[in-house]
Write a protein that binds this ligand. Structure first.
Ligand code: ACO
Length: 330
């Protein structure tokens, strides 16, 4: 079977206007700007407006991506959402988006894989496009983590921000767009990053609210160790599938969680740090949106050129890992 290629033909992001600086956080928890910058690389992050939900961020990003691809929402065949903070547990964020965008002919579903969601969405879309089943798919990755942040936990509340990012995927020549990918889940570690009371295991009750168990819990040490080990490994697997090596990579777009993880992974992959894009200082960890925000940075400022090789690597809740190699085709 001759498979088609699958490439990004439109791309866009959106962040809310409201800025929360490290100085602001000093007034909320026992922390300092210096500690946050030294330990994470984050200086400020964006926070969703009161009364808005993740789909409101996602719809802005989606419109930008559709404009960029010159595609009408009504011509979309599928919307894949990637989020752990959909407006409601159900309906899905993508179903809400179908309505808000007027994408009346699109099917929809969400992927609930946290910080790997952008890669998972692209890889999933590619399965429909490469086989010829579909021609126009929108992947929208967005989260409003500040809505599930425990604002009394200084080890997590300084990390997160809100954003959304979107990509239109269409057919291409086989050697363009997505060249290779790899995914893995280490489910034994799921307890290190979760909302303990958020579903059928422990439906939110008074005890859960009193203990902040309805908010994000993270064992930062464990996640840090798993990321530093897992990211280079999944990246090499994706490069291998693409028939490339780390020396071929022009840009590394990694999940934006901690500058020290970006630096350590770059060293292990033997990729110069200036090829590893970081927007951590201005946006923090935006979960599913984070890789898209970093990609958008070099797309908007013109550093990303047609034919550049882009390595995307995500890690997060699950514990999930996902890597993808793209030949940029715009
Ligand atoms: N301000 C001041 N002190 C703090 C803060 C803070 N905000 N947070 C923690 N500390 C203190 C701790 O209490 C501890 O004090 P102690 O030694 O007296 O006990 C000390 O600082 C050191 O704490 P560590 O946890 O060792 O700090 P570390 O350098 O490991 O940084 C961090 C913590 C930033 C959470 C780090 O572990 C990390 O980034 N982990 C990975 C997170 C990640 O990758 N998440 C990605 C998936 S999650 C997602 O994307 C949704």
């Amino acid at each position: 079977m001759n498979l088609r290629g699958c490439t990004i033909t439109g791309f866009g992001s959106h962040v809310p206007d409201r800025v929360l600086t490290n100085a602001d956080l000093e007034k909320i928890v026992d922390t300092t700007d210096e500690w946050i910058v030294v330990h994470t690389g984050i200086s400020e992050r964006r926070v969703i407006e009161d009364g808005k939900a993740t789909s409101d961020l996602a719809v802005e990003a989606a419109r930008r991506a559709l404009d960029d691809a010159a595609i009408d929402a009504a011509d979309l065949q599928l919307i894949i959402g990637a989020t752990i903070t959909a407006d409601t547990v159900f309906p899905s964020m993508s179903a809400v988006l179908e309505h808000k965008l007027g994408a009346n002919r699109a099917a929809t579903f969400d992927l609930v894989t946290g910080c790997t969601g952008f890669v998972d969405g692209i890889v999933t879309a590619a399965q429909f496009i490469r086989t010829g089943a579909m021609d126009r798919i929108l992947v929208v990755a967005g989260d409003a983590l500040t809505r599930i942040t425990n604002w009394s936990d200084r080890s997590t509340c300084v990390l997160f921000g809100d954003a959304a990012t979107a990509a239109v995927l269409q057919p291409s020549e086989p050697d363009r767009g997505l060249l290779g990918w790899a995914m893995d889940t280490q489910g034994f570690a799921g307890e290190h990053l979760c909302i303990p009371s958020s579903g059928s295991a422990w439906p939110p009750d008074e005890k859960a609210i009193a203990e902040n168990a309805t908010k994000l819990y993270m064992n930062g040490h464990e996640i840090f160790k798993m990321a530093v080990r897992g990211v280079p490994d999944i990246a090499m697997q994706a490069l291998d599938k693409a028939g490339l090596s780390s020396a071929d990579v022009d840009w590394v777009i990694m999940h934006q969680a901690n500058q020290r993880i970006l630096d350590a992974a770059a060293d292990r992959l033997d990729i110069p740090h200036d090829r590893v894009i970081s927007v951590l200082h201005k946006f923090g960890n935006t979960s599913a949106a984070s890789m898209g925000l970093a990609l958008d940075e070099i797309y908007q400022d013109g550093r990303l050129k047609k034919d550049d090789i882009v390595l995307l690597v995500g890690f997060g809740a699950g514990f999930c890992l996902a890597g993808a190699v793209l030949r940029w085709d715009k």
